[in-house]
Design a protein around this ligand. Structure first.
Ligand SMILES: NC(=O)c1ccc[n+]([C@@H]2O[C@H](COP(=O)([O-])OP(=O)(O)OC[C@H]3O[C@@H](n4cnc5c(N)ncnc54)[C@H](O)[C@@H]3O)[C@@H](O)[C@H]2O)c1
Length: 255
């Protein structure tokens, strides 16, 4: 029996990276998947890959920072699949800057996607799930657990996701909804986001090595390492888990 058989999922930022790996894995494990992203071409390619493997999927255009996009996206999922059981609030952007170098505009841009986007996605998912239950998974980071002087806005957004997740989890539990809300905290994963960060450096290979050395296991993670954790939280295997943090980081925060 597939692990999320019969469930309907929406995954934001599902055109690339961790979101793409998650959408493919949830589909492989029996879920019908709404692939939500700004990038239509890459998103449609993920849908085609799921359909070619015999699964069901739908591309949903979505800017997670816009409430009206969320209203349209959830309506499209309900119209096509009739319900929503799993929401993975994965879309996010990286931004390197210290407290001194970060402008207010850049700070607000990061919060609007990484934090407002998770708030809006959780709010929309709770409304769609509260009558029958479900699982909401919010992507935080190791940067939501420990500080980095060069990631001021990103640290703030991911720390916000961590504690907002607990607030929403407690609200759902105390309201008697069978809706669980958990956060996931990856270490550095080799995705287009991290390739973009190392790509800014003149010696990319050396930049990757520096990142690898931060992880006690000696290497970066792969998108599937995170997707398997999200699959566990999405499935009923984690039915006693809410308001928790799943850290998948090669030992980064154990030091
Ligand atoms: N890669 C890592 O090392 C790492 C580590 C910790 C946490 N994370 C978090 O995991 C999540 C996914 O990261 P990734 O590395 O796969 O990123 P990525 O840049 O490789 O992919 C992000 C996806 O999100 C989409 N996106 C960006 N802004 C959006 C918006 N406003 N609305 C809808 N979609 C939008 C992009 O189009 C892209 O498809 C992010 O929240 C990130 O902060 C990543």
């Amino acid at each position: 029996m597939a692990r999320v058989s019969g469930k309907v999922a929406i995954v934001t930022g599902a055109a690339l990276g961790i979101g793409k790996a998650t959408a493919l894995l949830l589909a492989r494990e029996g879920a019908k998947v709404a692939v939500a992203d700004l990038k239509a071409d890459e998103g449609h390619a993920v849908v085609a890959e799921i359909e070619a493997a015999g699964g069901e999927a739908l591309f949903v255009p979505l800017d997670v920072s816009r409430e009206e996009d969320w209203t349209r996206a959830i309506a499209a999922v309900l119209a096509r699949f009739g319900r929503l059981d799993i929401a993975v609030n994965n879309a996010g952007i990286a931004y390197a800057g210290t407290v001194e170098s970060t402008s207010l505009d850049d700070w607000r841009r990061v919060q609007s996607i990484n934090l407002d986007g998770v708030f809006l996605g959780t709010k929309a998912a709770v409304a769609a799930m509260k009558d029958h239950g479900g699982s909401i998974i919010n992507l935080s980071s190791i940067e939501g657990l420990i500080g980095d002087p060069t990631l001021a806005a990103y640290n703030a957004s991911k720390g916000g996701v961590r504690l907002f997740t607990k607030s929403a989890a407690l609200h759902c539990a105390r309201s008697g909804y069978r809706v669980r809300v958990n956060s996931v905290h990856p270490g550095y994963i080799w995705t287009p986001m991290v390739q973009g960060l190392t790509g800014e450096s003149p010696d990319q290979a050396a930049a990757r090595k520096r990142l690898e050395a931060l992880h006690p296991v000696g290497h970066l993670g792969e998108a599937d390492d995170i997707a398997y954790g999200i699959l566990y939280l999405a499935s009923d295997e984690s039915k006693f888990m809410t308001g928790s943090e799943l850290v998948i980081d090669g030992g980064y925060t154990a030091q």
